[in-house]
Design a protein around this ligand. Structure first.
Ligand code: SAH
Length: 257
């Protein structure tokens, strides 16, 4: 999801929810990549507690549930997404191990050292990478893991157009070494980091949106906000295909020490 939706009206939120509810994922990623990250996490059993912060409609939450025996909680700000997550869990017979909560990631309703794993794909930017790393840490057990995806620069220098786009959208975008340093400074041991392959953006995220956008615009043809939303998404997809050598999503996996 884009980062600039903080000051918009309630009805616009409904539109945004309608748009993102129509696609499987609300950010770049894939089941394979979620499993790849999960493979770095040791000692998960039936008693393990995993929270998926900013879970959206639960794309990666289901993958976590299908590939562990753990208890999984999906957390998102939007009730519509949590409803969809719960429906998805039920359809897959996972409802006994997958729960949803509506809450904000900057005011987490958790107890200290509650979680074995904090997961968050394409969502920590809403609170900011560094702030999220620091503020979420008390809720993680000692020896627990954090696994995040975050947009990152692949090079030290990049063309102005893409530099400006990201500085407006998310000024905290940074290079992989700088992100790793932040993680280490926040008190995590670095377990792994890897770049998400291109198909996580194209086949898994932008391409499914083409049909979703057509249906969405048919329904909200005369709505300015709907048109702007689609224009923004299309612009973002065009920029990605032009500048994908310079940025992308990176999985960062750390362990609380
Ligand atoms: N993890 C999902 C969704 C990523 S999009 C995926 O990869 O498909 C980012 C998600 O963060 C959205 O579902 C959005 O509703 C949620 N979000 C935004 N601000 C939030 C906040 N303050 N607290 C909790 N969730 C938030």
């Amino acid at each position: 999801m884009s980062n600039d939706n903080k000051s918009i009206h309630e009805s616009d939120f409904e539109l945004i929810c309608a748009y993102y509810s129509s696609i499987d994922r609300q950010g770049p990623g894939s089941p394979e990549v979620t499993i790849q990250a999960l493979n770095f996490i040791e000692n998960l059993g039936e008693q393990s507690q995993i929270v998926d912060i900013g879970c959206g409609t639960g794309g990666q939450t289901m993958v976590l549930a299908q590939n562990t025996n753990a208890q999984i909680t999906g957390l998102d700000l939007f009730p519509v997404f949590i409803d969809l997550l719960e429906k998805r869990a039920k359809a897959l017979n996972l409802e006994s191990r997958v729960k949803g909560i509506v809450a904000s990631m900057d005011q987490l309703p958790f107890e200290k050292e509650q979680w074995d794993v904090i997961w968050s794909e394409g969502a920590i930017y809403n609170v900011g990478f560094e702030k999220g790393l620091n503020e979420w840490k008390p809720y993680l057990k000692k020896g627990g893991y954090i696994a995040l995806t975050e947009v990152s620069w692949f090079t030290d220098e990049r063309p102005d157009e893409i530099n400006q786009f990201w500085l407006d959208a998310y000024p905290e975008i940074d290079t992989i070494p700088n992100k790793l340093e932040m993680m280490q400074k926040a008190g995590y041991q670095i377990i792994a980091s890897f770049i998400l392959p291109e198909y996580c953006w194209t086949d898994q995220f932008y391409i499914p949106q083409i049909e979703a956008q057509r249906i969405f615009l048919e329904k909200y043809r005369d709505n300015q906000v709907a048109n702007e939303l689609v224009d923004n998404q299309r612009h973002e997809a065009t920029l990605y295909s032009k500048y994908k050598a310079y940025y992308g999503y990176v999985f960062y996996i750390g362990k609380k020490i």
